[in-house]
Design a protein around this ligand. Structure first.
Ligand code: ZN
Length: 413
């Protein structure tokens, strides 16, 4: 879209730096795609006044599966059990008559339109599906790996290695690996992928402690997930030792370069403490509206934040969520966890997301020296707490910037 001058100052009703207090009537200066001043205009020119808007760092969606972005509605129905929903997902994948490329492109575009500038994407396609668009959010493409039986370990390790090797040094796209979940990944496959992650310097993302059915399967190898795996001819009764628990998987993931625990809906006290001790290298990705869709037990967000766990936000896919808006996820946190502060909610949707993906040195907050990835949101006219204005349903994404360049602009009202 439009070319910006090399140096520009923007003025907004509120600036949300994330790592420091909100600035009313705030100005930010951007030079050559980087932030050079926060709260003052050092451009040498009058600032461009954007009016009644908030300037936030670009939002971070730490977990999604873009291949489902063409779905008009989530699959299944609210409150359904996870194994039944997974069967719906498999049916949908098998019935799809084209590859997922168009859905992925739609999801990338939708992400930009919601102010998202960095996406943790789980991919089942070759990486080459991404670079065809002119403007993309930054991406960590986590290759999904599935294999519960021992004889699938080698092919998955080869796939993982191939995936990490096909990325160039492009700073906007990075590889990741996603051993899917304890019920689909042999423990030895997980160990092999962990071994790969450090030399390749790639993060891992694993669905973990997602459902009660998963805990049951780990505990004694029984329940609806086992039945589902038997139906799919994918059950290996020797793969999971009896008496296993999510902590066993956290201990393996802790040896990785970096790890994202996707969902963590049923983490216990010991597991929360374990993650808090490793908050620089391990994060939990909470997907509030997907959590709501499956009607899980209340999410232990307050305990996690108080313990010091890094908690990022994800939309998960449109197979369990109506859209890919991180702002809507933050509003869902506000609604479901009224005791959590606005500052903490915004941090989850920005800086903690960047940290979870290993990019917080450059992204995730408005700090001098960081890259100018911005989400500019039109606010309601009322006065009030600045964070509450953001959570108001009328607050709407207006522009998205990546590296100091406008990559999305809403139609003027
Ligand atoms: Zn997922």
């Amino acid at each position: 879209m439009s070319q910006q001058p090399k140096t520009i100052a923007l003025r907004a009703r509120y600036l949300f730096p994330v790592e420091s207090p909100v600035i009313a009537d705030g100005v930010i200066t951007i030079e050559q795609g980087r932030i050079t001043a926060v709260g003052e205009n050092t451009s040498g020119r009058p600032p461009k006044d954007l009016g009644n808007v908030a300037i936030l760092p670009g939002l971070v969606n730490a977990h999604t599966h873009l291949e489902f972005s063409d779905l008009a509605h989530p699959l299944g129905h609210p409150g359904m059990a996870l194994p039944a929903w997974i069967s719906e997902v498999i049916k949908h994948r098998r019935g799809r008559d084209e590859d997922a490329q168009r859905a992925i492109a739609a999801g990338l575009q939708e992400s930009l339109s919601f102010g998202t500038t960095l996406v943790g994407e789980i991919t089942t396609s070759a990486y080459s599906v991404y670079p065809s668009l002119a403007d993309l959010p930054r991406l960590i493409a986590f290759r999904e790996l599935i294999g519960l039986s021992q004889d699938r370990i080698d092919e998955n390790v080869a796939l993982a290695r191939q995936h990490t090797e096909q990325f160039t040094s492009d700073e906007s796209q990075h590889p990741g690996l996603s051993p899917h979940a304890p019920y689909t990944v042999h423990p030895q496959l997980l160990e092999r992928v962990v071994e790969l992650s450090s030399p390749a310097r790639v993060p891992l993302a694993m669905h973990l402690a997602e459902s009660r059915e998963e805990l049951q399967l780990l505990r004694d190898g029984s329940g609806p997930l086992r039945d589902m795996l038997i139906d799919l001819n994918a059950w290996d009764p020797t793969a999971i030792p009896h008496g296993a628990r999510p902590l066993d998987y956290l201990r393996k993931l802790a040896k990785a370069e970096r790890a994202l625990v996707i969902h963590g809906n049923y983490l216990d006290d010991e597991e929360i403490a374990y993650l808090a001790d490793r908050a620089d290298q391990m994060a939990v990705v909470y997907c509030p509206r997907t959590h709501e869709y499956f009607q899980h037990a209340p999410y232990r967000l307050t305990e996690m934040l108080q313990a010091g766990v890094t908690v990022a936000l994800g939309t998960d896919s449109r197979a369990s969520n109506p859209d890919l808006s991180v702002l809507a996820e933050m509003r869902a946190v506000r609604r479901r966890h009224p005791q959590v502060s606005g500052e903490d909610i915004l941090r989850m949707g920005t800086l903690s997301g960047a940290k979870s993906l290993g990019l917080a040195d450059h992204l995730g907050s408005l700090q001098v020296g960081k890259t100018a990835d911005l989400s500019i949101v039109t606010l309601p006219e009322e006065t009030g707490d600045p964070h509450e204005l953001l959570w108001d349903e009328r607050a709407a994404p207006r522009e998205t910037w990546i590296g100091g360049r406008v990559v999305f602009a809403a139609d003027p009202l």
